[in-house]
Structures are given as structure tokens and as C-alpha cells.
Design a protein around this ligand. Structure first.
Ligand SMILES: [Zn+2]
Length: 230
């Protein structure tokens, strides 16, 4: 499973990263973006189904398709969200220019002239586009994880009341979740995490903000009333 995440998430991160760049230059194509998302979710469904066959997990194709349809609908919102981020950044860019304008008129008008001649340059100078690119890539990656963890949750939840907590095993995994990795919990008694800022959360994998953790079906005795501190 983890190999599917690792293999597929970067490709959608790249789709949304490219969207970020296209939106910035006002050349984003909605239909093209949605058909990339459509191809991505089909590929993901196929890989997950093969994995469930291998694991001998029972599942219904229609359930997987329903969740994947929901995800695809969310991508319409993502398109709007990236555009919103870009517009906000363009507005900030203008504010920044206005601020400088009061002080160094000549310098700024030169900057604006340069920008008109070569749009890419001013963007690089103020690094707003780089930031948007990074942010879009992040959004895409999170969306990819969300598609798989939601489908996986629905399938595994029905197998037994207990699961093994799994992480993405990379450096973005928070300390508290690293401590939950490979332990068995019951859906009706999920662990509680308390991070170093005192933020407390009780829930199954993927329920805490930005969490990309997932679960595997388990047999065995779950840990009950479990609390970790990070
Ligand atoms: Zn997590």
C-alpha cells in the first residue's frame, strides 16, 4: 500500500503544481485539468483494487467509485482554490509595488517596465510564483493522499473492528503519529495524541488536521484508552 502512495501521489502533485503555474499566467485550462484528475483517479482505483485482491480484502467496486466520484467533484473546488491563491498573491504583489512606489519611484517604474517586457522576471524577483508553485504542489499531494486514505478507510473499516495504524513513513509524519505506527487500535476506541503545543486529538487515522496516516486490517488485541505525547 505504502508503495502505491509513494508512486502515485507525486504524479497528482505535479498536475496541481502545473495548474498553479498556468493559473498564474492566466492560461489554465479547466477541462484539461479535470481530465488529468480523471485519469489519475482511475489509475489510483485500479492500483487499490489490485492491492485489495492481493490482501484478500472484501470490497465493492461501486463504493470505491462513489468515493472517487466525490473526490473528482472536489477537484473542481481545488481549481478554484488555486486560482484564489494566485489572485491573492497578485493582489499582494500590487500592494508591495504600491508600497515601494511611494519611496523609490524611479526604481519601481523601472521594475514595472521590466515586468511588462518580461512578465516572468518580476515574478521571480519577488518569488510569488515559486511560492504558488510550491503551495499548489502541496495541495495536489494532499489531495492524492486523501483519495486513497478515504477509499482505504471505507474498505478496512468493514473487515473487523480493529486496525493497524500506518503512517507514510516520511519526514512529514508528526512525532505523535510516529509513536502510533504499527500498533493495533479499535475503531470505537481510537488513540489520543497530545502534541508539544498541547493540541489534543482523539481519532482514527486521517481524522486529525493534515494527517495522511492510514490503516491496515488487523486481528488481535487492540490498545484501549491509549494516549501519546509528542
Ligand atoms: Zn498522521
Amino acid at each position: 500500500m505504502i508503495d502505491i502512495f509513494k508512486r502515485l501521489a507525486p504524479s497528482y502533485a505535479n498536475v496541481v503544481r502545473k495548474l498553479g503555474i498556468d493559473v498564474w499566467y492566466d492560461r489554465a485550462d479547466f477541462d484539461q485539468f479535470i481530465s488529468s484528475a480523471e485519469r489519475f483517479r482511475r489509475r489510483y482505483e485500479r492500483e487499490l483494487i489490485e492491492y485489495y485482491h492481493r490482501m484478500k480484502y472484501p470490497f465493492r467496486r461501486s463504493e470505491i467509485r462513489d468515493l472517487s466520484d466525490e473526490w473528482l467533484a472536489d477537484q473542481v473546488t481545488i481549481f478554484g482554490k488555486v486560482k484564489e491563491v494566485a489572485d491573492e498573491k497578485k493582489k499582494n504583489l500590487q500592494i508591495k509595488l504600491d508600497e515601494v512606489k511611494d519611496r523609490k519611484r524611479e526604481e519601481v517604474s523601472k521594475l514595472i517596465e521590466d515586468a511588462k517586457r518580461h512578465e516572468g522576471r518580476i515574478v521571480r524577483v519577488l518569488s510569488f510564483a515559486d511560492n504558488l508553485e510550491k503551495r499548489s504542489k502541496q495541495i495536489g499531494e494532499d489531495q492524492a493522499f486523501e483519495l486513497a486514505t478515504k477509499i482505504n478507510h471505507q474498505v478496512v473499516e468493514k473487515i473487523s473492528g480493529v486496525y493497524v495504524w500506518k503512517t507514510q513513513e516520511d519526514n512529514r509524519v508528526r512525532t505523535t503519529h510516529r509513536k502510533l505506527a504499527n500498533k493495533i487500535f479499535a475503531y470505537d476506541d481510537p488513540p489520543t495524541t497530545i502534541d508539544k503545543y498541547g493540541h489534543t486529538h482523539t481519532g482514527n487515522p486521517g481524522t486529525d488536521w493534515g494527517c495522511r496516516c492510514w490503516e491496515e486490517a488487523a486481528r488481535g488485541k487492540p490498545l484501549r484508552g491509549y494516549v501519546v505525547r509528542g
